[in-house]
Design a protein around this ligand. Structure first.
Ligand code: FAD
Length: 388
């Protein structure tokens, strides 16, 4: 074994790629935290990004519904989403879409509760009535009379953003190795020995856990206490419908959380908004979830469904309080969490990665991350007082 790194990032989905991009070129002149780095000579950090699969983005990152929606994930996620907005817009990764949360006649209290829950968060939302809904969603069935519009919602170029971060990492000297599944890890003095089975082994001072659905498994491998991050399956079907969906159809979400749909290149992407707890795996769509989604759609619009052209599922991984986890493990030296991005790991990636990189290198916040509350996302919040 000859490879020696300062930082090894486990997982090259959006979380791993974006933190690799943000860390690329980081100096280790005393600024990288952790006793393991202290005393190292000044210079550029040697960073390794490893991916178990044949290519980065194979799992959840490659399966998203690709939207940036200010309210998605609730008020605790808004700061990360809004902080990421300018970066995404300026980078050309967003295309206007607009979102519409819809509800039936009896949903007045739900509408008010939703609006109240976002008071003071900075999101742009407005209440709409039946006339506006009919105009925005032609073919909507009677009964859907209440809505909340979120006009800033946009489609995200997920692959473009992922490639952007991988390119940033590459330019900054980060080494990417696919077919490298972390299988064992031992802390030897102030460094890790990381074992990838037949792919070999390396040494690194810090491990960044960006393993998505496998985050708790990677923590266990490294001797850190798992945080209770659970993967939940989410399904999407691509439908051919008649009439074809208008290109300016907004992202339409059930305020009660039982479906969403949006147009995509003349087709409709539809999800039953499922959240089935599962073990970490290569998720696949279940027929039942597709049938459920179609049944729900038919209760909302009078469109004819001509074919299910494609279907897929991915795993959205949540900590028990559904907030992402960024920060050093309080119970394991040299182990840093960048996990639990749930259903918003694309739209929050720029701010999440910048923030995580700043925590890891103990460097100052900047305009993008200034408003983020470290305690809200710290792993310590999930470990109980005994470890704090
Ligand atoms: C259907 C669906 C729709 C979604 N829609 C949106 C959306 O519209 N907007 C949004 O912002 N988010 C959305 N999300 C959520 C978003 O996709 C995720 O939050 C994000 O992709 C998580 O990225 P990740 O890097 O943590 O996970 P992943 O992309 O799964 O990457 C983790 C990687 O770690 C690797 N790994 C695991 N264990 C090891 C190991 N031991 N050694 C080496 N590598 C390992 C895995 O192979 C994997 O590639 C959606 C998710 C789904 C499923």
């Amino acid at each position: 074994m000859s490879d020696q790194f300062d930082i090894a990032i486990i997982g090259a989905g959006m979380a791993g790629a974006s933190i690799a991009g943000e860390l690329a070129g980081a100096s280790i002149a005393g600024e990288l935290s952790g006793a393991s780095i202290a005393g190292k000579p000044a210079g550029q950090a040697r960073i390794l990004l490893v991916e178990a699969e044949a290519h980065p983005g194979y799992h959840t990152t490659g399966r998203s519904a690709a939207f940036w929606e200010e309210c998605y994930g609730g008020p605790d996620i808004v700061p990360l989403t809004l902080a990421s907005g300018a970066y995404l817009r300026e980078g050309g990764f967003l295309a206007p879409r607009g979102a519409l949360y819809i509800s039936q006649d009896d949903g007045g209290a739900q509408v008010s509760a939703f609006i109240d829950s976002f008071a003071g968060t900075g999101v742009t939302i407005e209440k709409l009535g039946r006339g506006a809904i009919e105009h925005m969603v032609p073919g909507i069935r009677p009964g859907w009379t209440r809505a909340i519009a979120q006009p800033n919602c946009a489609d995200i170029d997920v692959a473009g953003l992922h490639q952007h971060y991988l390119a940033m990492a590459r330019r900054g000297g980060v080494a990417l190795r696919c077919h490298h599944r972390l299988q064992a890890a031992e802390r030897e003095g102030t460094t890790w020995r990381l074992d990838f089975g037949q792919a070999g082994a390396v040494r690194a001072n810090l491990v960044v856990n960006a393993a998505g659905a496998w985050a708790d498994e990677v923590a266990t491998i490294c001797g850190a206490r798992p945080l209770g991050i659970v993967p939940y399956r989410r399904t999407v079907a691509q439908l051919r419908i008649a009439p074809a969906p208008r290109a300016d159809l907004p992202l339409v979400l059930d305020l009660g959380g039982s479906f969403y749909f949006k147009p995509e290149n003349g087709r409709l992407w539809l999800s039953p908004h499922d959240e089935t707890p599962t073990t970490a795996c290569d998720a696949a769509a279940e027929e039942w979830d597709i049938a459920l989604a179609i049944d729900r759609l038919e209760q909302v619009v009078d469109w004819r469904i001509e074919a299910v052209e494609r279907k897929w599922a991915g795993l959205r991984s949540f900590a028990p309080d559904r907030r992402p986890v960024y920060g050093f493990a309080p119970d394991r030296e040299g182990f840093f969490w960048c996990a639990g991005q749930g259903g918003y790991g694309i739209q929050t990636a720029p701010a999440g990665a910048r923030f995580a990189a700043q925590l890891l290198t103990r460097s100052a916040r900047d305009a993008m991350t200034m408003a983020l509350d470290e305690k809200l996302y710290s792993p310590a919040r999930l470990l109980g007082s005994a470890l704090l």
